[in-house]
Design a protein around this ligand. Structure first.
Ligand code: G3P
Length: 215
């Protein structure tokens, strides 16, 4: 499973990149608002740090506006993927972007039928938001299972990008289900490495190392 970092913070993206942990980056307007800089500047900076797909989201909600914004965003760097909301106007834009060879990430996916339509329009990625489904009392990971099965049944090339990942359980379940990608906040990327027995074992080794005679 590929790991993307879900962030607009170039500091943490640089740190995750140094860990060798990430294959790409996803952003959204809420994450970029925290960066306090224009979107094109932040996306350009991220593209210099990570050599992989970098999702940048459009703000327009009409097809023409989405196409206009997306065509500008792809000029920033060839790795830019246009993130488009899964609404009727958005899906039309996904179809046109696909015909033009522009990669897309169909976002705000909360149901299997939405994911099926995204795949039919040729989306490169579909982003089901598992954490936000959990928030309303629905098991978000069940949606991942459904989409992976549907895409397998019909050999769709669209990759399932598990998003709104809030914990290591989401991450490992996504990997077990065959999600192609999980986009993970930096906090959770660090948690993936944590285990109390690792800390305990290391503390013991360091303590015992003091007893080794010096040469
Ligand atoms: O980038 C989309 C998604 O990962 C957002 O996650 O935690 O805001 O639901 P969250």
């Amino acid at each position: 499973m590929k790991i993307f970092i879900d962030s607009g913070d170039v500091g943490e993206i640089r740190e995750a990149q140094a860990m060798g942990a990430i294959d790409g980056v996803t952003t959204n307007p809420s994450l970029l608002a925290k960066a306090g800089k224009p979107t094109n500047e932040v996306i350009a900076e991220i593209c210099e740090i990570v050599d992989g797909p970098i999702s940048a989201e459009v703000i327009a909600t009409d097809t023409d506006g989405i196409l206009r914004e997306g065509r500008e965003l792809v000029k920033i760097h060839p790795n830019v993927v246009i993130k488009v909301p899964l609404i009727a106007e958005g899906i039309k834009a996904v179809k046109t972007f696909t015909d033009e060879g522009i990669k897309t990430n169909a976002t705000l996916c909360f149901s299997a039928p939405q994911a099926l339509l995204a795949a039919k329009a040729g989306a490169t990625y579909v982003s089901p938001f598992v954490g936000r489904l959990d928030d309303i009392g629905v098991d978000g990971m069940e949606l991942i299972e459904q989409i992976v099965t549907i895409y397998d049944n019909y050999d769709f090339e669209t990759e399932v990008l598990t998003a709104s990942v809030r914990n290591t359980t989401h991450f490992i379940r996504a990997a077990l289900m065959g999600s192609h990608v999980a986009t993970v906040p930096f906090k959770v990327i660090k948690q993936l490495l944590e285990h109390p027995l690792t800390d305990k074992g290391l503390a013991q080794f360091l303590e015992d190392a003091k007893k080794i005679p010096k040469s």
